[in-house]
Design a protein around this ligand. Structure first.
Ligand code: PLP
Length: 494
């Protein structure tokens, strides 16, 4: 808020005060002396009480009963401002410079508003496509939005076939089912990931083997993968699939991973839930594996409120996945079913949201990459601070910017930073906890990056996801950067 828009003098009359309040659209005006220092504030209530007491609109503000204003120095932290609002039972504080001249207002609504990690960011077209589903009365899992959404997904992913489903997890489950992965089969899975990568392996009673991350992109380590494949090949127990995640939107080293998968003839499933719009070499993220999965969960780079997709160049696999996603109905006039299947299809209403969101995907990637770059230039000079890197030849979508803190250098642990930022209304989230550290996967085999180094646990302890929503303004991000700097440079963490 610009303070000049609501500044008054004692000699201004009540009419001027009312008009200033209306024009500035604020709850109060600030009355300053001849040197521009804060004297008092005027609210609608003050004017109303003055009029009831017999003042006229032409009387000067100095005739109004006044209370001394609550002021605090510009730059006071959010937590202290909120405490002062609470202590005084008020909603607005006047911010001043060292000389008592007003520099702005701090109001409760904006102070207590949370800046979320990655909220949905709708474009202009989504609502119209949703309305189209209603107009056509195709609100079930069939209709033109679904057809167009899947066609657009094929274009974006560079794959020949796409199946829109109810979630990314459902997509991963279908990928395993169409590869006939079942009880006792070994499946290699990225260790540093969200649990949804591995849950479907457990649904099918298959055996996950967790492959560590490498330290640059934080994705599946080709070194660990090579070691595990060589050993398992020798033991005659090669996995039935490798599930590779592209963490936080950064592509894994697909050239190395695909070369190993081809050498040992093991199919790759890309968990591209977080990496829609990213690329690796001259292919989209999700265009390398036999099957790939995207998520349109509410926090992803684009969303359908909840949803996912399975893509592949193999029509037979997508056809089979479609059958499994629709209760496995056999080709018969009556309802006949011969196998366990699911109700996983996406509704035509949600596909309408996805259709609109895909139209702005490029903009969203650009915005998130800019946000990442601003974090790096705003915080990268602090000793002990680093960020997830892109491997050569890859372009991440920077779904989330994740900061890494070396506590020996910063003196602050990622969790302390998280708690401090929370008191300033800034949401951050811990990085994914590696699967090998999860009670759910106790006892699962794990292949470290090197024989002497497991990378995932260290990353988990050091990293924190920063607000990365594509609708975040540069000003909001400057606030986040300033708060992070405050914590890291003054070591004032909670
Ligand atoms: C890496 C990863 N895999 C899978 C999923 C599952 O996607 P969904 O939430 O759409 O089931 C997510 C996101 O939630 C994810 O981040």
């Amino acid at each position: 808020m610009r303070p000049e828009s609501n500044l008054l003098r004692q000699s201004d009359d009540l009419r001027a005060a009312v008009s200033a309040l209306e024009k500035a659209g604020v709850k109060l005006c600030i009355v300053v002396d001849d040197n521009g220092r804060v004297l008092r504030t005027v609210t609608d209530g003050d004017i109303r009480r003055g009029l009831i007491a017999g003042l006229a609109m032409t009387d000067p503000i100095s005739d109004l009963q006044g209370t001394s204003p609550v002021t605090m120095l510009q730059g006071t932290g959010k937590a202290d401002l909120i405490m002062e609002l609470d202590n005084k039972g008020i909603d607005v504080i006047v911010l001043t410079d060292e000389d008592g001249r007003p520099t702005g207002l701090a109001d409760r609504t904006s102070l207590t508003r949370t800046l979320f990690l990655s909220p949905p960011h709708m474009g202009d077209a989504e609502a119209a496509y949703v309305k189209l589903a209603f107009d056509e009365n195709f609100v079930a899992p069939a209709g033109s939005n679904l057809v167009e959404f899947e066609a657009a997904l094929c274009r974006v992913s560079g794959r020949a076939h796409a199946l829109a489903v109810s979630s990314g997890t459902a997509g991963l489950h279908l990928a395993l089912r169409v590869l006939d992965i079942g009880s006792g089969d070994r499946v290699y899975v990225s260790d540093l990931t969200f649990v949804a990568t591995v849950q479907p392996v457990l649904y099918e009673r298959a055996t996950p083997m967790l492959i560590d991350a490498e330290p640059v992109s934080w994705n599946m380590s080709p070194e660990a993968l090579a070691r595990a494949l060589a050993r398992d090949a020798k033991a005659g127990q090669l996995p039935k699939a490798i599930v590779v995640v592209h963490l936080y939107g950064q592509p894994a080293d697909m050239a190395a991973i695909m070369a190993l998968a081809t050498q040992y003839d093991v199919p790759v499933i890309e968990d591209a839930a977080e990496s829609l719009g990213a690329s690796c070499g001259n292919l989209a993220s999700g265009a390398h594996g036999l099957l790939s999965v995207y998520s349109f969960n509410g926090n992803k780079i684009i969303t359908t409120s909840g949803g996912g997709a399975l893509v592949s160049d193999r029509p037979d696999l997508i056809r089979r996945a479609q059958k499994l996603a629709t209760q496995g109905r056999d080709p018969a006039e009556h309802y006949q079913h011969s196998e366990i299947a699911y109700n996983y299809r996406m509704s035509n209403v949600l596909a309408g949201i996805g259709r609109g969101q895909l139209e702005v995907l490029r903009d969203r990637v650009t915005a998130r990459r800019e946000i990442h770059d601003r974090y790096v230039s705003g915080l990268g000079d602090i000793p002990g601070v680093s960020f997830q890197s892109e491997l050569p030849g890859t372009l991440g979508n920077r779904w989330l910017t994740v900061i890494s803190l070396d506590p020996d250098e910063t003196g602050v642990h990622a969790y302390q930073l998280m708690r401090s930022l929370r008191t300033s209304g800034i949401e951050t989230r811990p990085a994914w906890k590696p699967m090998q550290m999860q009670p759910l996967l106790r006892g699962a085999e794990f292949e470290p990056h090197s024989e002497t180094l497991a990378v995932g646990p260290g990353l988990f302890l050091r990293t924190l996801c920063l607000p990365s929503g594509s609708a975040m303004t540069a000003r909001q991000q400057d606030g986040v950067i300033a708060s992070v700097r405050d914590v890291l440079t003054h070591r004032i963490a909670a």
